[in-house]
Design a protein around this ligand. Sequence first.
Ligand SMILES: N[C@@H](CCC[C@H](N)C(=O)O)C(=O)O
Length: 322
Amino acid sequence: MTESRSTTRPTPSSTGASAPAGLSFTKGHGTGNDFVLTLDPEGVGPTDPAFVARLCDRHRGIGADGYIRAVRSSALPEGRALLQTEPAAEWFMDYRNGDGSVSEMCGNGVRVFAHFLLAASVAELPEGGELAIGTRAGVKRVTRSGSGYAVDMGPWEFIMPEAAVSRGMDSLVDVGGLDVDRPALSVSMGNPHTVVALAERAELDLVELHRAPVVDPPPVHGTNVELVVPSDPLIGADGVGRLTMRVHERGVGETQSCGTGACAAAAATRFWAGPTAPAQWLVTVPGGVVGVTFFDGPEGREHVQLSGPAVLVADGTLLPGF
Ligand SMILES: N[C@@H](CCC[C@H](N)C(=O)O)C(=O)O
């Protein structure tokens, strides 16, 4: 099987140093996918993987699935590149997984990031307006949606389009708790996902995600794995498609939710369901429900909109010696 498109794993733009005494942080989450956030306009705060892993440790640190720095785009090379064409993207979401590895994108994280910027009064998002946010997967546009936020996540794409279109699958996944390897579809949301469809809810409950699912062929830069059970019926009387999902995140383990994973799961399920499948989806994850809507983007490609809540829980300060 040849991979015609791979998702390139970014490298950190700075290795940083150990935590300065008194580093301020905020803890937040989106459907239980939780983050430690810091406001670091000049991009000088610590980012070394050992520090991030310590910070995100649930027993010895603050505890989180990911670490997010809010850095002015002008202070980072990736941000400066985006500003050339998107001058409105003043803030860059510098995202790291709980193990300290860098990721291109985080769907729940970008909603919480927007909420954090607004709470810190460093950005504005009037009703009906949009907030442009720089990420390693390009600029994402955030709008208000009910009591939460909606994000134009940009276009989705198959990572192995030929296999996806000809066979409806491109890889096999060995998942703990399931007796045989399952076929899967690889979808890029800027970051990589491998979506496995299960037949029924009982199977989803059997899955053991304390060990990472093994994907064949192995994705070059690793992958997030989504286990998905389509609802029965798949499409409700309201015309909305529904599915339930559990996820094993690259660089983390099982999480309560994954926004990019929900988008990838809806994209794969919609593809499997065929041309009459709806544009609107609700994805139930252990931590809640997120909305996924497909629409035609301005450049003529299909975009994905992700919507859901964003919650800030606490502000804190790291003590000297952490
Ligand atoms: N939880 C996130 C995805 C975070 C990054 C992921 N673990 C990766 O390495 O790509 C989401 O809500 O999208």
